[in-house]
Unconditional design. Structure first.
Length: 231
């Protein structure tokens, strides 16, 4: 009798499983297919992105090579191909094109391009800041001190990674425009910052010497000794 009951229970369980499979089996198969297709599609998308990135990198490298050879028109054509590429290459291409304008002597056009990039909110903040710095470097010879300050004074804060570069630009612009007091303030900020790069420190030391010479000031004893040692 026990064997009969076991057989009946087994038949009942099999019937329940069959009904469950009839009801939910197609959904289980569909989910499994979606997982397989989704995984394959994702890996395919990653492969496509990698291929696109490699192609864009090769194009950018070729364009930079042409820029360094002063073949600016040919380089511009390649940079134009990167406008619809993925990653950061479109922004890098725009920065390089503006740089080529400056290298070709078209300073005002380059300044306008860098200004446009620095205000383009679709770009990464770091890219906009670099564009603002490049614009300010050019503006030192083209604009008044206030115009230069409008571009990069925000980057001179103590927590800004670009503070040394922006302070150097502001000091130089202030000096060229006869604002000696502002120039001294920016030079002092650079000298007091322990993280000011060595190359920047050397350049601002030269500028400080020029300011002292033009105004008949004597160098502080400690600073004069340091400059004598550097020489």
């Amino acid at each position: 009798m026990s064997d009969i009951f076991r057989e009946v229970d087994e038949d009942i369980r099999q019937e329940k499983y069959r009904r469950l499979w009839d009801r939910f089996g197609p959904w289980v198969i569909a989910v499994a297919v979606l997982i397989v297709v989704g995984t394959g599609g994702y890996r395919g998308w990653l492969y496509w992105q990698e291929q696109q990135s490699q192609a864009a990198g090769d194009t950018f490298f070729d364009a930079v090579q042409l820029s360094e050879q002063e073949q600016y028109q040919e380089a511009a054509a390649l940079y134009g191909e990167l406008e619809s590429s993925i990653g950061g290459y479109p922004a890098l291409a725009k920065l390089r094109q503006a740089t080529d304008l400056a290298n070709a002597g078209k300073m005002e056009e380059a300044l306008a391009e860098f200004d446009t990039l620095s205000r383009d909110t679709s770009l990464d903040v770091a890219v906009r800041d670099v564009a603002a710095l490049r614009a300010a470097y050019l503006a030192v010879d083209l604009d008044a001190y206030d115009a230069v300050a409008d571009r990069v004074e925000r980057l001179s804060a103590d927590n800004s990674p670009f503070r040394a570069a922006s302070r150097e630009i502001l000091a130089l612009s202030a000096w060229k425009n006869g604002n000696i007091e502002a120039a001294r303030e920016w030079l002092a900020a650079l000298e007091e910052d322990a993280e000011t790069p060595v190359d920047v420190s050397r350049r601002v030391a030269v500028l400080a010497g020029l300011i002292r010479a033009s105004n008949g000031d004597a160098a502080p004893a400690g600073q004069a000794e340091r400059e004598g040692t550097d020489q």
